[in-house]
Design a protein. Structure first.
Length: 618
């Protein structure tokens, strides 16, 4: 049976539980007819007298009724009817006084997402087996998860006081506090749990630092991390927190603290790499390279630093230096493969990383054939499919579509996921080459071969729309919704198609609303909602939705829609502004040019409109 505390900490609220842990439970469903819903069967007679002995399970005669109720609960769980399963075992645990049944009821309640019922089952488990620390811990954790924190600090403090292993007791307390939703409340409780002595522990200072940061008390987080370093001066984890949390408070001070720490502790690799990463994120490539040079001087056998140096040089556009470092790194890894063998080291994957970066450098330098060859040097069998597609992408970037398609055809797909990816990629190349009918043929074949692949159906539906085969597009989109009712893009695509053609507007609104419920911040779905509202004559709400979409993604089609709505509302200057700004970014945008023409304007007259300063609604 699953450890309920571990299950709670890893899967709380996830609604997932394997229910086959009871012996023979995978065959229990055969005992009931397929259309029978398991129900709690009230016992025809009372459970025989229970004999309780301290520390032992109760003596209960296994009657046919008890057996049936246990089996019925397992069947209910396998069918996903977790409330019934949990309730059956909870009631049976009450009558038999068997803590194992209460524990199982807790698991089913968690699987069904009911924290309240899980807490009640945990309390029953703890009552029936008061000596079981897991039951007690489950009560505490679930109480915290349910927001019932009254008395929690006293209970945890008592545990900490009584514990001989203070670190273990602290870990258990943190597991419980991890369930408290309000991080500030969790921090306050931990402050109450720790006495003056335990507060000085290194582990306690780290825990306080982490909770303070989660509660957005940055000053406190940095202070506690510094105190952790006082408790254990060479601790990398404390120094990492001083850097990570400190950059939110005083960036330069955090960097100086990290530099001081690594000078005193040159073997602190994690801190030094974190410092390099910070420098790279700040575009301070010189500082990053300086730190890497010092690291290599302190650890000349750490050859991975060569690869990291090459990556930083690449990002700082020192391409020739990066290439020289990679050549050196490849020489080292080749020697490792020769001396040790592939199975005894990571040299093969290290070489693959180097060749991938070399190919990126060659691409940056316009050496496409060289990049293709460098990718071809990777001999890892698990990477061959992706390597072929990457080589095809390189050829396509130069307009060499026939060469790109050859590479795609050479890619050996090992499963349906890779077959789907290959078909999508080939169709994309054909579209870019202007061979739309050929792309349709590729996806149609893939749709037959892998009939439930919604990715294929969606791409194919978009191509059908492009060539005017709207009935087939609609058929595919509706089939996608049948297969995957949560496919927001299918709802949106179908609704937008109706709205754009000004047909079936009520249905279009319903479809787009469903999509928006699932992805409320998606700019393209917001655009669709604005457009269907425009078609329905609700110009005010249409403008609101379109502005939301444009703020997130100021793209040509959204700009065109917004401009048209604003023009209809009489906001002529603002509409001209949007169209002018859009044409500056995409002078050949078909949708913008069509809207300009529809509004009786010309691209030439919009050139004189001054660029807008940022994106803001009028």
């Amino acid at each position: 049976m699953m450890n309920p505390v571990r299950f709670l900490l890893t899967s709380l609220g996830a609604g997932l539980l394997a229910t086959g842990s009871a012996s023979g439970s995978t065959h229990v469903s055969r005992l009931l007819a397929a259309d029978d819903t398991p129900k709690v069967v009230q016992s025809a007679r009372e459970v025989e007298r229970i004999h309780l002995r301290q520390g032992e399970l109760p003596e209960v005669k296994l009657t046919g009724d008890i057996l049936y109720r246990i089996l019925a609960s397992e069947v209910a769980a396998q069918r996903g009817i977790y409330p019934t399963a949990a309730s059956t075992l909870y009631q049976l645990a009450q009558s038999t006084r068997d803590p194992r049944l209460a524990r199982r009821a807790l698991e089913f309640s968690l699987a069904g997402g009911s924290l309240v019922n899980a807490l009640e089952a945990a309390r029953l488990w703890a009552t029936l087996d008061p000596a079981d620390p897991e039951a007690d811990s489950s009560v505490l954790a679930l109480s915290a998860a349910n927001g019932q924190t009254r008395g929690l600090a006293d209970e945890l403090r008592q545990r900490m006081t009584n514990a001989t292993d203070k670190v273990a007791a602290l870990e258990q307390a943190l597991q419980v506090l991890g369930r408290v939703r309000q991080r500030k409340q969790a921090l306050d409780i931990l402050d109450q749990v720790l006495d003056d002595q335990t507060r000085q522990m290194y582990e306690a200072r780290l825990a306080l630092s982490d909770l303070a940061f989660a509660a957005q008390e940055i000053d406190r987080a940095v202070l506690e991390a510094r105190l952790a370093l006082v408790a254990r001066p060479g601790a990398e984890q404390a120094a990492l927190r001083v850097l990570e949390y400190g950059v939110n408070l005083d960036q330069e001070q955090a960097i100086e603290d990290a530099r001081t720490f690594v000078r005193n502790h040159p073997g602190a690799r994690e801190v030094r790499l974190a410092l390099v990463g910070l420098f790279v994120n700040l575009n301070r490539y010189g500082d990053a390279l300086q730190e890497l040079t010092l690291m290599r001087a302190d650890a000349p056998e750490d050859f991975d630093l060569l690869l990291l140096q090459a990556e930083v040089n690449y990002q700082s556009e020192r391409l020739d230096t990066a290439r020289a470092l990679l050549d050196q790194y490849l020489s080292v890894q080749t020697q490792r493969r020769r001396d040790v063998g592939d199975g005894a080291s990571d040299a093969s994957s290290a070489q693959a990383d180097a060749y991938l970066l070399l190919a990126r450098i060659s691409q940056e330098q316009g050496k496409i054939e060289q990049a293709v060859q460098e990718l071809g040097m990777i001999d890892d069998p698990d990477m061959q499919f992706q390597i072929s597609l990457r080589q095809a992408q390189l050829y396509a970037s130069q307009g060499q579509f026939d060469a790109a398609l050859d590479r795609v055809h050479q890619a050996q797909a090992r499963d349906d996921d890779e077959r789907i990816q290959r078909a999508q990629f080939e169709a994309q190349l054909l579209r870019e080459a202007g061979r739309v009918e050929a792309a349709i043929a590729v996806l149609e074949k893939a749709d037959v071969d892998i009939p439930d692949a919604t990715q294929i159906k969606y791409d194919l539906s978009m191509l059908y729309e492009r060539v005017g085969r709207l009935d087939e597009m609609e058929r595919l989109l509706r089939r996608i919704i049948e297969i995957d009712p949560s496919h927001a893009h299918a709802y949106n695509a179908l609704g937008y198609t109706f709205a754009d053609r000004n047909i079936r507007l009520d249905e279009a609104h319903t479809l787009i609303s469903r999509a928006l419920d699932m992805m409320p911040d998606n700019p393209y779905i917001l655009d669709s909602m604005g457009w269907v509202l425009f078609r329905q004559g609700d110009l005010g709400r249409a403008q609101d939705y379109l502005w939301q979409a444009y703020r997130i993604a100021p793209e040509s089609e959204i700009a065109a829609h917004l401009a048209e709505v604003m023009w209809q509302r009489g906001s002529f200057d603002e509409a001209r502004q949007l169209l002018a700004d859009g044409l500056r970014q995409e002078p050949d945008s078909a949708v913008l040019l069509e809207t300009v023409k529809k509004l009786g304007l010309t691209a030439d007259e919009l050139i004189s409109v001054q660029p807008a300063q940022g994106v803001s609604a009028p």
